[in-house]
Design a protein. Structure first.
Length: 344
């Protein structure tokens, strides 16, 4: 019997990255990213006009400049950290039972190529792990949507299992706690800020169960069946769980949301607003986590690590330390192993 027939295919999917920091490649990436109806959830024609005539042409040069700041000899950090994750995961698995592929939701390597490799191997099952801890329609949902779109064209479709979120996985939390402890060894901090990628409020409300979501501290104060797929509630829950592991004083812990785009209201509080408030209150030393990202990228290294730091220092702050992402840390690799090999 062909051993590949009994294999389980694993597809690790991250968000995506331009092929290079050149303006043309960045423009191509932005077009694919923003034309996703789960990311920019407005009617197709309006989305097409907005992306192709306004956002992509005018935002690409600026974004390309930002990408150049983080590009390395190995290329995009988001891509090579995902490659490193795969390379450390594979030796931990039984090679006769598992085949691991990586993909980006946008650009290369594509989900189509990853699925093609697994299909060619005639796997009995595919486990898809979107590398986004908190579920959101614009990230995890988009990956699931794309996989289903591609797989429906196959004559024979194997069993496909999706891991929709992993905010409560013990090793995910432990991995962040380990990184936090390393940073805390460098001294005391006045505040511990957890900054997550933002989403338009309308996207949160669309997924609200029985109108439960109020986009405030009351409905996100606990995590339960009515808000378990609410991105905002999951983010606050992640903050609480990591803070508990690190035994951080509750009064010093803050949660915020970054990277908003456009004029529509996004989930609050906004990170830049909290920075201004902290500075006004005399806060001098801040340690920052970005637990919506498992690999360092533009939103962590540049936006949080540089732009927000510059703002804080300009307003009178003294110390702004960003905790690195999980990247390919050993505990995180073990977490991924458990996620993809543990049957539900």
């Amino acid at each position: 019997m062909n051993k590949s027939k009994s294999k389980t295919g694993i597809l690790l999917v991250n968000l995506g990255t331009p092929d290079s920091p050149e303006t043309g490649d960045v423009r191509k990436y932005l077009r694919e990213f923003l034309m996703d109806g789960r990311v920019l959830d407005i009617p197709f024609l309006s989305r097409w006009m907005l992306v192709n005539f306004i956002i992509a042409p005018f935002r690409s040069p600026k974004s390309a400049k930002e990408y150049r700041k983080l590009w390395t000899e190995r290329g995009s950090p988001l891509l090579f950290h995902t490659e490193d994750l795969r390379d450390k995961l594979v030796p931990l698995l039984d090679q006769e039972k598992y085949q691991v592929e990586i993909a980006m939701r946008y650009q290369s390597p594509s989900i189509a190529d990853g699925l093609k490799a697994l299909n060619k191997a005639n796997v009995k099952e595919i486990v898809v792990l979107p590398l986004f801890p908190q579920y959101a329609s614009a990230s995890n949902g988009s990956v699931i949507d794309k996989v289903m779109e591609l797989a429906r064209e196959w004559q024979i479709i194997p069993s496909i299992r999706f891991i929709s979120n992993f905010v409560e996985h013990p090793l995910f939390l432990e991995a962040w706690a380990e990184l936090g402890k390393k940073q805390m060894a460098e001294g005391d901090y006045d505040r511990y800020l957890f900054s997550y990628h933002g989403l338009p409020e309308r996207q949160i409300l669309k997924g609200s169960v029985d109108g439960y979501c109020q986009l405030n501290g009351k409905c996100c104060a606990s995590y339960h069946k009515k808000n378990r797929y609410c991105y905002r509630a999951q983010s606050f829950h992640t903050t609480r769980l990591i803070s508990e592991k690190l035994q951080l004083p509750k009064e010093k812990v803050l949660t915020s949301f970054q990277s908003r785009l456009g004029k529509d209201p996004w989930i609050k509080p906004y990170t830049d607003d909290l920075i201004k408030e902290m500075a006004a209150d005399g806060v001098k030393k801040v340690m920052v986590f970005s637990p919506a990202f498992v690999a360092d990228c533009l939103e962590t290294t540049v936006e949080v690590g540089e732009e927000y730091k510059d703002l804080f220092i300009e307003l009178g702050g003294e110390k702004w330390d960003l905790v690195p992402s999980l990247n390919s840390e050993d505990t995180w690799v073990q977490c991924v192993k458990e996620l993809v090999t543990t049957e539900k």
